[in-house]
Ligand binder design. Sequence first.
Ligand SMILES: [Zn+2]
Length: 69
Amino acid sequence: MIWRPIKNRLQTELFKRGHCVGCTKSLSTAHRIPHSTKPNIEIVTCDCRRIYLYNKQLNEYRRATEKDL
Ligand SMILES: [Zn+2]
C-alpha cells in the first residue's frame, strides 16, 4: 500500500494541530466530556462522529479505541 505512509504523515500533522483526521475540523470546538476513570483524559467527539482522547497533561490527541471508552 503505497498511500499508507503518506496518509499516516498527514494524520499526524492534523493531530498535532488539533484537527480531526476525518473532516479536518478543529477539535477545540468539538464536544468533550471528562473520562470516567482517567482525570487527565477528555473524550472528544467530532461532528463526523469520530472519537478522540485528549490528554490534558501532554496536550495531545489520539484516536480512541473501543477499550478506551
Ligand atoms: Zn471530524
